[in-house]
Ligand binder design. Structure first.
Ligand code: G6P
Length: 368
């Protein structure tokens, strides 16, 4: 087992470090000589796409969080309404899936019971089924009409890391190609975005090479009972993933909040020293985030923020800042999640816990 950890002390850390390669494999191996992404395994024609009036992205856990970001990309590029939902909720809801729906199931293992149930139910309703999975030959991959594989390599740690970044990469690739096919983006915009995506592995690597601030932040929160993650828009989806990572491997109670909702209740929980991880990577929401950070700081919170390098003004409302390289606002989650994964890893290790096998959790939930 030590050998398969490749010199790392646990699989989670190994898999966090494999993300530059995972994202690169998922993306670059699929770019042809003309700079186009080849969506192997997906055969939807322009006619099929024109027939789709609603997209559902359904998943569980971390894959659901990736799905929230997929919604942004599909709505932005393809201009079709997208609903992202949790499989265990969606399967029992009065949803509107029909023959004009595309249902995208995101699942690392391809075996999650609730996600598989949604697949079968949606198929019976005549929807087109597209699976994004990491496991070749899994149940979900076998039953879907279209399959797109994340080429993350095997993920062993219960807490998902490289599956998440490659799932987002996949969703963005799919959104871009569908949009080009449908004519909702220009070829220039398409090629420009692919060029920016190609820079992602290097940017992730730069986060991996600069962990001091992340370690310092971990030291500040390791003895705390509660941690709050705040964000708006894309950063709110990211906050959910950061919070999930921390709670599953460190057993610290953590919750993610849409920063604008603070005033509607959560701010009552902020007191002297309460740790708040504030994600402020989005240009159009940056000033709004800064004022939310001011609000919690004024009530004594310890604010650690995650921001793009160029947004130095975050320092005036933070006790600690973890900078990530400058990125396109749409692509930033693929980089900004990495410090949060590392934060969870460090806190877990500092507490002497089993990082790879958190209590009560399973890698793949094949029963309801
Ligand atoms: C479990 C795992 C998570 C994973 C979720 C969905 O809860 O511990 O890491 O995100 O299942 O799994 P899937 O294989 O469908 O992505």
């Amino acid at each position: 087992e030590a050998a398969s950890k490749g010199g790392y002390d646990c699989f989670m850390l190994k898999e966090i470090n494999e993300q530059p390669e995972g994202v690169k494999n998922t993306l670059e191996r699929r770019i042809d000589e003309n700079g186009n992404i080849v969506l192997d395994g997906i055969h939807l024609t322009k006619e099929d796409l024109d027939n789709i009036n609603r997209i559902y992205i359904v998943a569980c856990g971390t894959a659901y969080h990736a799905g929230l970001l997929g919604k942004n990309a599909l709505e932005k590029y393809l201009k079709v309404p997208v609903i992202t939902d949790i499989a265990s909720e969606f399967r029992y809801s009065d949803n509107f899936v029909d023959e004009h729906s595309l249902v995208i199931l995101v699942s690392q293992s391809g075996e999650t019971a609730d996600t598989l149930a949604v697949l079968r139910d949606s198929k019976a309703k005549g929807a087109k089924i597209l699976a994004i999975t990491n496991v070749v030959g899994s149940s979900i991959s076998r039953e879907a009409d279209e399959v797109f594989y994340t080429w993350a390599g095997p993920e062993i740690a219960v807490a998902s890391t490289k599956a998440y970044t490659t799932q987002i990469t996949s969703l963005y690739m799919i959104a871009l190609n569908f949009a080009l096919e449908k004519g909702t983006i220009t070829r220039e915009e398409y090629l420009e975005t692919i060029e920016k995506m190609k820079e992602l592995p290097e940017k992730i690597q730069s986060v991996l090479d600069n962990q001091d601030k992340i370690k310092e932040t971990a030291e500040k929160i390791v003895s705390k009972e509660h941690v709050f993650f705040l964000g708006r828009g894309v950063d709110y989806s990211l906050a959910m993933e950061g919070s999930l990572k921390l709670k599953e491997v460190s057993y610290i109670h953590s919750e993610a909040f849409a920063a604008g909702e603070l005033k509607h209740g959560t701010i009552a929980l902020i007191e002297e020293g309460t740790p708040v991880i504030s994600i402020a990577t989005q240009e159009n929401l940056f000033e709004k985030m800064v004022s939310n950070m001011q609000e919690v700081k004024a009530r004594g919170a310890f604010v650690a923020s995650i921001a793009q390098e160029h947004n130095r003004s975050v320092e005036k409302v933070s006790d600690e800042v973890i900078y990530i390289p400058n990125c396109d606002d749409m692509l930033v989650p693929i980089v900004a999640v990495v410090p949060m994964q590392l934060l969870a890893y460090y806190v877990s290790t500092m507490k002497g816990l089993d990082v790879d096998k958190p209590r009560n959790l399973a890698k793949s939930v094949t029963v309801e």
